[in-house]
Design a protein around this ligand. Sequence first.
Ligand SMILES: NC(=O)c1ccc[n+]([C@@H]2O[C@H](COP(=O)([O-])OP(=O)(O)OC[C@H]3O[C@@H](n4cnc5c(N)ncnc54)[C@H](O)[C@@H]3O)[C@@H](O)[C@H]2O)c1
Ligand SMILES: O=C(O)C[C@H](O)C(=O)O
Length: 218
Amino acid sequence: MQLSAGQTTRASAFTGQRVGVHAVARPGAAKARRTMPAVEAKRVAVLGAAGGIGQPLSLLLKMNKCVTELALFDVAPLVKGVAADLSHCNTPVQVSAHVGDAELEACLKGCELVVIPAGVPRKPGMTRDDLFNINAGIVMNLVTACAKYCPNAILEIISNPVNSTVPIASEVLKAAGCYDPRKLLGVTTLDVVRANTFVAQLRHELSRVWCAGPDSCL
Ligand SMILES: NC(=O)c1ccc[n+]([C@@H]2O[C@H](COP(=O)([O-])OP(=O)(O)OC[C@H]3O[C@@H](n4cnc5c(N)ncnc54)[C@H](O)[C@@H]3O)[C@@H](O)[C@H]2O)c1
Ligand SMILES: O=C(O)C[C@H](O)C(=O)O
C-alpha cells in the first residue's frame, strides 16, 4: 500500500486488514511521548490488591523487570492467597501481603510507587459519581497513610470517580506538606481505549479519539 505524507499503516483488530489511518496526533504529542521518562520503582504497593483490578494488576507488576518488591494490601484477608499465588510465579520480585489498617505502615514503608484500586466498583445502572460517597473516604484514608509512610512515592489513583478521588488525594497531600503534582496521577487510559474501540467498531477502522471532560460521565 502506498502511503502519502501524514498517513501510517496499522493492522486493524476489527477488520483483520491493514488499513491506512490519518495521523491525528496533537502537535508535539509524539515528541512528548518519546521523551516520557520510564519509571523504575523498586518497591511497589497495590492497595486493594484482592479485587478485580488489583489481582491482574499485581500479576503484571510481578512480571515487571523494573520491580523488586511488591507489597499487596487489602481489607480482605483473601489478599494473602493472592500474594501466595503470585509468589509462585518464577520472577525475582519479592511479594508480601498486608491485611487491615494496622499493616499499612509495613506495606507502605520504602515504597516508590503506590497504585490504588481500592474501593467499590459500579454496578449496572450506576454512574461513577454514585461511587463517590464510599470511595472518597477510602482514598482519603489510604492517601493519608501514604503521606505518612511513603511521602515521596508516586501515587496512581484508579478508584472511581477518578476526577474526584484525585483532587481528594491532592488535598490530603497538601495538608500533609508532601504534595508534588508530578507524583500524583489518575488512571484514565480506560476512557480513551473505550472511546477508540466504540468509534472503531462504528467506522470499521482504527480511530484515535481525544477524551475531554469529567471521567464520571463516561
Ligand atoms: N480508573 C480506571 O480506569 C478504572 C478501571 C476499572 C475500575 N476502576 C475502579 O477501581 C475500583 C476497584 O474496582 P474493582 O473492580 O477491582 O472492584 P472490586 O470490588 O473487585 O475490588 C476492590 C477491592 O478493594 C478492596 N477494598 C475496599 N476497601 C478497601 C480499603 N479501605 N483498603 C484497601 N482495600 C479496600 C476490596 O476488599 C476489594 O478487594 C472501583 O472504584 C472501580 O470503579 C477504575
Ligand atoms: O465501572 C467501573 O467500576 C469500572 C470502570 O471504571 C468503568 O467505568 O467501567
